[in-house]
Design a protein around this ligand. Structure first.
Ligand code: NAD
Length: 416
């Protein structure tokens, strides 16, 4: 029988016990546990970016309770923000009774762009279309590994874009990148086919680069949550009101989406993926119809329960890029995902869960209650509290609903 990701009171366990339970769930051996805890070394970091002097650490928390397409997941989340991991775990728990998340993805098609400057964009477009097969074949000679895995260049599209200095022909090379994020693979192919395009069109190519608006590589997830799990019919109504606010007002929609990205970006970073690529794609997709909109949608079903969905581009890989980071390797092992598509299905579900948790908190008790516990500890530490004083000072401030550095200093003094 499959091990469950529903571990009640996971947050109350000592860290060593949390790690032990996690290792049991994911089948991590002692060396893997060590790799997870120690993470990236400075020596490894030096091979990744320039001018390295140290590594920067983030908390890695485990969101429990996730059930996606009938499979159990514990989800590693790298985030500095208080309450995100707890909120994802809580929302995932509420969604279990109704079968969890149902997620799908399209094929992992990324778009490479080639900018062509030409006097006659119409004629150049026709030349590109006439050479479609040749361009695809040439692109595919550049990544035999990808082709051997069933991926590779699939299609070529060209469109005339009106720019300030006149018409440009923008050529899109569509590449199935399988389990990679794909930027390096696509950029290499775009550069390789450019001389052929120049020859065929007698134009001049300039930029050759992937587009982060990965709208051919979409992830979707949907969920149904019973009104009882949420706390009653009024909570369902309050969440719908909150969603309608976001759908009507971009000032709210951007924060609504930021909440969903709290989950998605945390999974993106934990798995060594490119968070800027995912964020850029998400926000561009959110305004694809000309106005910035929520990435999620919520409605009340015929029985008065809450139904929600998320749809967005997700360029996540399980090979290549920085997925070789030891923490990322262990995060992928904990997730037990077999493909980049499966990873995106889980990440989209985490985004939906995160959004649900935020809307529920905001439309009922307000966001601050959940944030206060850890926030108060941070404030206590800012005031100079150490050891047992952190809990003591934070506890009093939360009780008093008065969390600030001055009060923390007073309480510290009083306790001496
Ligand atoms: P990569 O080149 O490291 O890995 C991809 C390659 O791995 C493929 O080309 C293929 O040859 C090989 N491979 C082996 N097994 C595979 C499998 N199962 N599926 C697919 N490929 C497999 O990395 P990448 O994914 O091409 O590029 C990702 C990196 O590019 C990220 O680090 C990202 O930050 C960076 N990047 C991003 C942008 C951008 O988003 N605008 C631009 C430039 C670079």
């Amino acid at each position: 029988m499959e091990k469950t990701s529903q571990i009640s009171g996971y947050y109350k366990l000592p860290r060593e016990e949390r790690l032990r339970r996690l290792a049991e769930f994911a089948g991590l051996g002692p060396e893997e546990m060590e790799a997870l805890v120690s993470g990236l070394s400075v020596e490894q970091a030096e091979k990744m970016v320039e001018n390295v002097v140290a590594t920067f650490k983030l908390p890695l928390g485990m969101a429990v309770n996730f059930l996606v397409n009938g499979k159990e997941y514990i989800v590693p989340m790298a985030t500095e923000e208080t309450s995100v991991v707890a909120a994802a775990s809580n929302a995932a728990k509420m969604c279990r009774a109704t079968g969890g998340f149902k997620a799908t993805t399209t094929e992992p098609i990324m778009i490479g762009q080639i900018q062509l400057l030409t006097k006659d964009a119409k004629k150049a477009k026709k030349a590109v279309e006439d050479n479609r097969e040749k361009i695809i074949a040439l692109a595919n000679t550049k990544d035999q590994k990808l082709v051997s895995l069933g991926g590779g260049a699939r299609d070529v599209e060209a469109r005339i874009v009106k720019a300030a200095g006149g018409d440009m022909l923008i050529i899109h090379l569509l590449v199935d990148v399988r389990d990679a994020m794909g930027a390096n693979a696509v950029n290499t192919m775009c550069e390789a086919v450019s001389p052929l395009i120049e020859e065929a069109t007698r134009g001049k190519t300039r930029l050759k680069i992937i587009s982060n608006l990965a709208d051919r590589r979409l992830a979707r997830s949907e969920v149904r949550v019973s009104k009882e799990e949420l706390g009653g019919a009024e909570v369902v109504d309050a969440i719908i009101d909150a969603y309608e606010f976001a759908a009507a007002d971009p000032y709210r929609a951007v924060t609504h989406n930021k909440g969903a990205m709290n989950g998605i970006t945390a999974v993106t970073i934990a798995t060594g993926n490119d968070s800027r690529a995912v964020e850029a794609g998400a926000h561009a997709y959110a305004c694809r119809d000309g106005r910035y909109m929520p990435l999620t949608r919520w409605e009340k079903d015929a029985d008065g329960n809450l139904a929600g969905e998320i749809e967005m581009p997700l360029a996540l890989g399980i090979v290549g890029g920085a997925t070789m980071n030891p923490t990322a390797r262990m995060s992928l092992k904990i997730l037990r995902v077999k493909s980049a598509r499966e990873l995106s299905e889980v990440a989209a579900s985490v985004g939906l869960a995160q959004n649900l948790a935020a809307l529920r908190a905001l439309s009922t008790e307000g966001i601050q209650r959940g944030h206060m516990g850890l926030h108060a500890k941070n404030i206590a530490m800012m005031a100079g509290a150490k050891g047992a004083d952190i809990e003591r000072v934070a506890g009093i401030m939360v009780k008093e609903k008065n969390v600030n550095v001055n009060r923390a200093k007073e309480l510290l003094e009083a306790g001496k």
